[in-house]
Design a protein around this ligand. Structure first.
Ligand SMILES: [Zn+2]
Ligand SMILES: [Zn+2]
Length: 144
């Protein structure tokens, strides 16, 4: 069990229920973003009784905490892999070929610039994230 995620859940005031722990553990076993139904199927197969609605709500709560990220192009969720603690501002490199996702902390200059532009438009920013589409090194190497 990665205590970092658990600590973050506890610090947020969110109750640390067994289904929530199960969801974290299930997400740790996968290396690609996963959809709610796929995750439910995996967890049910593994013997968990958690239902789809709970998974959906838990993932939404985890997303707010920055523990989990939603990757729109993959229509799936993945655990946060950023090394920085306060990682609300991140970017993801998404490989078009194999679907691998690499999370990087967004440079402060980019974050500040986006924030300023959003502020100038009166936009209340909740989270900043950027998705970079392309081909990962493994896939590029495999082709050459
Ligand atoms: Zn993250
Ligand atoms: Zn790839």
């Amino acid at each position: 069990m990665n205590h970092d995620f658990i600590d973050r859940i506890k610090a947020s005031g969110l109750r640390l229920t067994q289904p929530r722990i199960d969801i974290i553990n299930a997400l740790k076993l996968i290396d690609r973003p996963i959809g709610v139904y796929q995750l439910h199927e995996k967890m049910t197969t593994a013997g968990s009784k958690v239902n789809v609605v709970s998974i959906y709500r838990t993932l939404a709560a985890f997303q707010e905490l920055g523990i989990v990220h939603y990757i729109p192009s993959q229509q799936g969720f993945m655990l946060c892999t950023a090394t920085c603690k306060d990682d609300q501002q991140t970017e993801h490199l998404v490989c078009d070929e194999c679907g691998s996702v690499t999370e990087l902390p967004m440079p402060m200059c980019a974050t500040n610039d986006l924030q300023e532009q959003a502020d100038a438009r009166g936009f209340q920013t909740r989270r900043i994230r950027v998705e970079v589409a392309g081909t990962c090194q493994d896939c590029t190497t495999a082709k050459n």
